[in-house]
Write a protein that binds this ligand. Structure first.
Ligand code: GUN
Length: 292
């Protein structure tokens, strides 16, 4: 069994990005600039956004954080999105999700200029991704593809089971694993209502678990030699930690890992790659790689 070290891979990629930014700026180019909008004080969102700002520093990007209280109006948020769309210095920006219930999340996503949508959530980017055109690919699926590539894991022609069908992970992951230019795999998507989920998993060469249920994937569901990618990051109470919680993956690591050829740990697997993929997208936005 080989552990896939997302933390080390992400650190290396951030170094590569920083070197490229240095080069761009030495030639008189523009410093890439990522802005983030954070609404409210959700613990998970605060942590993600803090880590995004730190990653920008590591990559040599400029970053801006725009904060609103939980009671911000949809109108005010849409105004801010428009300002960022029009701000020539901002190459890309994200609105941290989830948003409070009184705000229409999809409306906010669609208000973002797709050329600055480094999260890859805008329907233009989702659609272009689905038909294999250059675009911003959402960060978690892109991070997983990068890990598979950097560990030279063969995916072409393999059976891949994606657990979960969210817009952020499951759906784009399945699309990408299916496409010839990325995974080139035979893909099955299973979810909470799939009757044959266990049987599908048992036949899979690659399992990508993004179902959001701690310890959901057990040893009896995994074929000997399978590759297991764990996207789960559920916070579970843990009195031994200073924070009072720990992150728990979707895979029962202790019993599943001995059967795997490769497996990602939680934490330190997919998580760090997500943020580093956002940095990749921001660099591409700065270079106007996909859109003029
Ligand atoms: N909330 C959970 N994951 C993400 C993400 O990748 N981007 C944004 N904007 N919000 C999130």
């Amino acid at each position: 069994m080989q552990l896939i070290d997302g933390k080390a891979t992400a650190a290396k990629i951030k170094e590569e990005i920083a070197a490229e930014v240095k080069d761009i700026m030495a030639k008189g180019g523009k410093q890439p600039h990522l802005a983030a909008i954070l609404v409210g004080h959700d613990g998970g969102s605060e942590t993600y956004v803090k880590n995004k700002v730190l990653a920008c520093e590591a990559c040599g990007f400029k970053s801006s954080l725009i904060r609103f209280e939980e009671n911000v109006s949809e109108e005010e948020l849409l105004d801010t999105v428009k300002k960022l769309n029009d701000d020539a210095d901002v190459d890309g920006f994200i609105v941290q999700l989830p948003l409070p219930k009184h705000i229409d999340e999809q409306k906010v996503i669609e208000a973002i200029d797709y050329r600055k949508d480094v999260d890859g959530f805008h329907p233009v980017n989702v659609g272009r991704m689905a038909i294999g055109l250059p675009c911003f690919i959402s960060a978690t699926p892109l991070g997983i593809l990068t890990l598979l590539q950097r560990y030279n894991i063969e995916t072409s022609g393999k059976k891949c089971v994606v657990l979960g069908r969210s817009n952020i992970v499951g759906k784009p992951m399945a699309q990408l694993m299916m496409q010839k230019q990325y995974g080139d795999s035979t893909v099955t998507v299973c979810h909470s209502h799939s009757k044959t989920l266990k049987e599908e998993c048992r036949e899979a060469d690659i399992i990508i678990a993004a179902i959001g249920r701690p310890d959901f994937v057990t040893a009896d569901m995994v074929k000997e030699g399978a590759v297991v990618i764990d996207v789960g990051t559920t916070r579970v109470p843990d009195a031994t930690r200073k924070s009072g919680f720990r992150l728990n993956g979707d895979v029962k690591f202790d019993e599943v890992s001995p059967k795997c050829s490769f497996i990602t740990p939680v934490p330190g697997g997919v998580g760090p790659m997500t943020i580093c993929s956002l940095m990749k997208n921001t660099l591409a936005a700065g270079k106007k790689e996909y859109y003029k």
